[in-house]
Write a protein that binds this ligand. Structure first.
Ligand code: FAD
Ligand code: FES
Length: 275
C-alpha cells in the first residue's frame, strides 16, 4: 500500500543546532523525510501559525532528519524559535529531485540553499564515487554566515573533491562572490554538470555562466507555496508550478523564463522585485 505522504505527520523536535547567528537546524525523526531525494521539500505546519515549504536536511544520525531555517519573516522566525520538545506537522516529501550525473561536477550553494546541496553531495559521494570529481562552492556574506563547511568536508572526504568557501568581505576563504569563484572554476575545469541552489540572482548568474560554456545545469528554485501539491498555483514561474514541476529545473528551461531573477509573486499574488 502506498504511504499517504499528504497526511500530516506530527513530529517532535529532539535537537536544535545553531549553524550561524541567523540559521538553525531542528532535528527530528521521520522515516519518509529521511529517505527523501536531493532537492525534495516538506511542508511544515506550525500549529496556530502557518505552513511553509522547507528543504529536507540530512542528519549525522542515519534515522533522523532535519530542517535548516534562516530567520527571515514571521513564519520562518516562528520555526527558528521552535525548541526541543515542540511538535510540528509535516507533509511530503514533495517535488522532484536533482538528476545525479557521473563525472566532473560543480555544485554552488548560497545560504540555506546549501541544504539540498548537502543531500546531493551525500548522494554524489556515494554513487559511483570513484568516477566523480566534485568542486563545491559555499557562498556567504561573512565568516559567521558560512554554514556546513565541516559537514561537507566530512561527506566528501573519500571522494576526489575541492571545497571552496567564499565570503563577500573576505573574512574567510576566497574574497568575493560565489559567482566569481564559480567563473574561475568553470574556466579551468571541464565540468559536465553544474548544480546550484541559493539566492535567485546568484543562481541566474551561475546558470548563465554554465550555458555560456555549453555545460548543462540544474537549479533548485523557490516560490511562495501554499498547498505544495499543484492545486493553488501560488508557486507559478511562467507556465510551471515549482511544487510539481520543480523545485529542481534544468538551466536551459529556467533561463528562458523572463520572471526568473526578476520578480516573484507575494502571498496575495502581487508582483514584487526579487530580494
Ligand atoms: C522548495 C522550497 C524550499 C525551501 N527551503 C528552505 C530552507 O531549507 N530553509 C529556509 O530557511 N527557507 C526555505 N524556504 C523558504 C521558506 O519556505 C520561506 O519562504 C522563507 O523562510 C520566508 O518565509 P517567512 O514566512 O518567514 O517570510 P514572509 O514574511 O512570508 O516573507 C518575507 C519576504 O520574503 C518573500 N518570500 C517569502 N517566501 C518566499 C519564497 N518561497 N520565495 C521567494 N520569496 C519569498 C515574501 O514575498 C516577502 O517579501 C524554501 C522555500 C521553498 C519554496
Ligand atoms: S504551492 Fe500550490 S500549486 Fe504549487
Amino acid at each position: 500500500m502506498r504511504t499517504n505522504i499528504d497526511k500530516i505527520r506530527i513530529v517532535k523536535v529532539e535537537e536544535v543546532i545553531d549553524e550561524s547567528p541567523t540559521v538553525r537546524t531542528l532535528i527530528f525523526k521521520d522515516d519518509l523525510c529521511t529517505s527523501a531525494k536531493p532537492g525534495q521539500f516538506t511542508m511544515v505546519w506550525m500549529p496556530g501559525r502557518d505552513e511553509i515549504p522547507m528543504s529536507i536536511m540530512i542528519s549525522e544520525k542515519n534515522d533522523r532528519v532535519g530542517l535548516t531555517i534562516r530567520k527571515h519573516g514571521i513564519s520562518s522566525t516562528a520555526l527558528y524559535n521552535t525548541g526541543v520538545g515542540n511538535l510540528l506537522g509535516i507533509r511530503g516529501p514533495y517535488g522532484n529531485s536533482f538528476d545525479i550525473v557521473k563525472g566532473n561536477v560543480l555544485l554552488v550553494g548560497g545560504g540555506t540553499g546549501m541544504v539540498p546541496i548537502l543531500r546531493l553531495s551525500k548522494e554524489l559521494g556515494r554513487k559511483n564515487s570513484k568516477k566523480n570529481n566534485i568542486t563545491l562552492i559555499i557562498g556567504a556574506k561573512t565568516k559567521d554566515e558560512v554554514i556546513f563547511e565541516n559537514i561537507i568536508k566530512q561527506i566528501l572526504k573519500n571522494v576526489k573533491s575541492e571545497v571552496i568557501v567564499t565570503t563577500e568581505d573576505g573574512s574567510h576563504g576566497f574574497k568575493g562572490l560565489a559567482t566569481e569563484a564559480a567563473a574561475k572554476s568553470i574556466e579551468k575545469n571541464d565540468f559536465n554538470m553544474v548544480y546550484t541552489c541559493g539566492p535567485e540572482r546568484m543562481m541566474q548568474k551561475i546558470l548563465e555562466l554554465a550555458s555560456s560554456y555549453g555545460i548543462p545545469s540544474q537549479a533548485s528554485l523557490e516560490r511562495i507555496m501554499k498547498c505544495g501539491i499543484g492545486i493553488c498555483c501560488s508557486c507559478c514561474l511562467g507556465k510551471y508550478l515549482i511544487c510539481k514541476d520543480g523545485p529542481v529545473m534544468k538551466g536551459d528551461v529556467i533561463l528562458k523564463l523572463p520572471e526568473f531573477g526578476t520578480y516573484i509573486r507575494e502571498k496575495s499574488g502581487r508582483i514584487v522585485d526579487i530580494w
